[in-house]
Design a protein around this ligand. Sequence first.
Ligand code: HEM
Length: 479
Amino acid sequence: LSPLLSKDTLPGPLYARLTSLVLKYHEFTATRTSYIHSLHLRYGPVVRVAPNEVAFASAAAVKEIYCSNGSGYDKTEWYDLFKVYDRRTMFTTLGKGEHAKRKRVLADRYANSNIVKGGVIEGIKERARVFGGLCEKAGREGVDLYISDNNNNNNTVLHAYAFDCVTLHLFHPYSTSSLTNSKDSEIMLEVTFDSSLQNRLLSHYSPPLHRLLNTLLSSLLSLKPRETPLADHFVLDTAALQANLSPFTLLHRLHHDLPPNSSLDQTDKAAECLDHMAAGIDTTGDALCFLIWELSQPSSLPCQRRLQQELRSSTPDTPIEKLAYLDAVIMEGLRMFPAIPMSLPRYVPAGGRTIGGYKIPGGTIVSGQAYSVQRLGPEHGGVFEEPERFRPERWLEGDEEKDRERRRSFFAFSQGGRGCIGKHLALAEMKCLLWEVYSKFTTLPDPRMKAEEMEMADLLVSSRPAGQRCLVRFEKLIS
Ligand code: HEM
């Protein structure tokens, strides 16, 4: 029995003390994030969601779980679902020591100083220009920003852009050109189309039942296994290349610049590259997709106008970090539509801890989800006024203390030593792409879209538009 059972003071529905079945039902139906958010709205920033699991949404609780002693509590075995080539990567290491060792090897290529200078930023801008050119061609016909339709040679998608940018950082000059090359685009589509949610959850919760159902009923229950042979081969082949690599790439670090005592073999190196490649496609692609959709709504037109003004009074050489409203738009986009909105599960260390004012026993699964940390208003224990309103101006208001308070509740990249290592790369990609789009175009929603198509559907950690399309029109601004 869970040690939490005796702690009946924890807020939450009665059934959550007795069974995890309701939570699992929401996981299998791709609604876990919105279910947990509805519990926070009802019970506040601390909610028991299963007999041995508690969800938290306050900045202080998130700090305790993800930042205490640097990188917070250890990850749970749930991360085994993400093993690559049967190896653990930095992302899937569970304990602190192992993680810190791997991070020491990889971190410097992701430092902001490596991203905003020379090859990386120039390469990102070049890809953003290709994206802009394709938008111009499509114009008022409308473009599906979520996914391309290869049959129509329409590769104008954000995932292709994100794929080409992340492979630039990993492998240049052996990066992809999926924005214009349909062979590369097939690799991106394979990684992006993940319909393996139920299959992977079942294999995690009940391996014997998973084996049985997979043999008997897989076609009926959409228990499709996750297979990405094109991406697997692309990375295995590319990660073996050693000659002419640009010094800013991760692969250059892995082949030519490892600390002497490093024990990474070739499969570890390829696994790390595949993991980063996958981590960099849907995240940046979906964050941009939801953000451009929001900016295209009539209610956000004033924000779009203010952004256009700022960008059109700058030049392509203006350092992107100097554009304050662009930064505010991106922070607000990631606040409302974090690409990883879901819980990031961790174990409470032996001996227990006090989190959010409650004593939680060791071994309990605890987590915060960005969607709730960033969307609870003051009346529910959060810090953002009118949290359901898209209002970039909020990031420019108030004094330094107010700014610190907001940033403490910003959880889109997680926090602490296990937070997103690709954060600076992702932000540079987002800024360069928005610069290209909004210094040249006004974006409008395509009338064929229905609002519910842009509702959130959970994947394993990320989410995607429920309708799996995002049709947007581009109108050229008069120069
Ligand atoms: C808007 C874009 C992005 C968002 C919102 C995002 C968000 C996150 C979050 C929330 C985590 C923590 C996950 C957890 O604890 O389970 C994470 C980890 C990670 N992200 Fe990102 N990410 C983005 C882009 C990228 C990019 C472009 C890369 C490129 C390489 C990347 C690579 C990684 C890696 C390797 C980790 C594991 C870090 C570790 O365990 O130390 N991410 N990301």
